[in-house]
Design a protein around this ligand. Structure first.
Ligand SMILES: *Cc1c(COP(=O)(O)O)cnc(C)c1O
Length: 369
């Protein structure tokens, strides 16, 4: 989508992305800092984000799916780390085995049957093993780890042990210490060369949680992960202002007529909606206020529901001329906190970022631009 024709414009700051990675890498040394780039690098675009992270120094990558790994390998070809290990978190898909071979993708094996399938595959090279320490999502159970250890371990090529924290964003939650303890037990039983437990939030839970390799995702892309975490915004989302209209006290705005104007108002209509990934639940009504947008440094609250392709904002208090057709209103970025928008929609920044649609125009800002 060209900028001229787009309703939603995303500016992706690759220098901020690189800076976020470097800050974390410095914090966790001597542990290694990987980069989680699943879901098209959290919506930022893996073709640009992968090489930018490699240039910053990232040497280990995680994706969710084999196709994502193939796209990342293509992107890394002309980067600082063309051969960097790419781990596939959702594991080994036997029917897609050629993708793993052609792109040197290493599956993260999540159950005994999967380890068997991968072991039987001729093209196998390296893999990670996922142990479940309390999430009951992916990973070998405690009993499966014990029997694997008794039978001599996972075998050649399996060189990384991982697990995932359920409540790293709640540092005081007792499950964190319990997961750390269970991970130590699995580590001692399986004796793999390297171990990795922490995601973005886990990094801030202390050195005990960092092991050999940390796996930040959201913190690289500017989402809040922990009260102590510093992360610069990477994505600025802006919507085109289509028109500014007057509305009278007592009239309503949008579908369902669920927001009533409490004064004579000026209403800016913006070219973005839930079809672009701007979540419907972020809208406003008489019962509950919605998210804010920012026009030339001035905040403006949403009015009424989010439509498929449009939203409305109250620009009555914004100086004349700033809210004008053809100009852009920030939905989130440096002025509107992405986590605040997500909270208004009852969700998290992860969902907002990864849901941004193909319909948006994406432009990249590189270091030195
Ligand atoms: C997505 C994911 C991560 C990254 O999590 P963030 O909270 O975004 O830092 C790390 N590890 C696993 C297994 C994941 O699925």
């Amino acid at each position: 989508m060209s900028e001229e024709a787009a309703g939603l414009r995303l500016t992706i700051d690759l220098a901020a992305l690189a800076g976020n990675w470097r800050r974390l890498a410095g914090l966790v040394r001597p542990a290694e800092c990987a980069a989680v780039v699943k879901a098209d690098a959290y919506g930022t675009g893996i073709a640009a984000a992968g090489p930018a992270l490699a240039a910053a120094g990232a040497r280990t990558f995680f994706v969710a799916l084999p196709e994502e790994g193939a796209a990342l390998r293509r992107a890394l070809k002309r980067s600082a780390a063309p051969d960097a290990p790419i781990y596939v978190l959702n594991g080994f898909f036997p029917q897609a085995a050629p993708l793993y071979g052609e792109n040197r993708l290493f599956p993260v094996l999540g159950h005994p049957g999967e380890l068997e399938q991968w072991t039987a595959w001729q093209g196998r090279e390296e893999a990670a093993l996922h142990v479940d320490t309390g999430m009951n999502r992916l990973g070998f159970s405690e009993g499966e780890v014990e029997s694997l250890a008794r039978s001599g371990g996972p075998g050649k090529g399996v060189n990384l042990l991982i697990s995932h924290l359920a409540c790293a964003d709640e540092p005081e939650h007792p499950i964190n210490a319990e997961q750390l303890r269970r991970f130590a037990v699995a580590k001692a039983l399986l004796k793999l060369p390297r171990a990795s437990l922490a995601n973005s939030a886990g990094i801030h839970m202390g050195a005990d949680f960092r092991h050999d390799l940390v796996r930040p995702g959201i913190a690289l892309y500017g989402g809040a992960s922990h009260p102590q975490a510093v992360s610069d915004p990477v994505v600025t989302a802006e919507a085109r202002i289509l028109q500014v209209r007057g509305g009278h006290i007592g009239e309503t705005v949008g579908y369902g007529a669920c927001e009533t104007l409490k004064r004579t108002s000026r209403i800016a209509i913006l070219s973005v909606g839930y079809a672009d990934g701007y979540l419907r639940a972020a809208g406003s009504s008489d019962a509950a206020s919605g998210a804010l947008v920012c026009i030339d440094g001035h905040l403006a609250p949403l009015l009424g529901r989010v439509s498929m392709d449009l939203i409305a904002a109250d620009v009555t208090d914004i100086p004349d001329g700033l809210a004008a057709p053809g100009r852009w209103a920030e939905l989130f970025g440096h002025n509107v906190d992405i986590d605040a928008v997500a909270r208004h929609a009852g969700t998290i920044a992860y969902e907002l970022l990864t849901g941004l649609s193909r319909r948006a125009h994406r432009r990249y800002v590189r270091a030195g631009d």
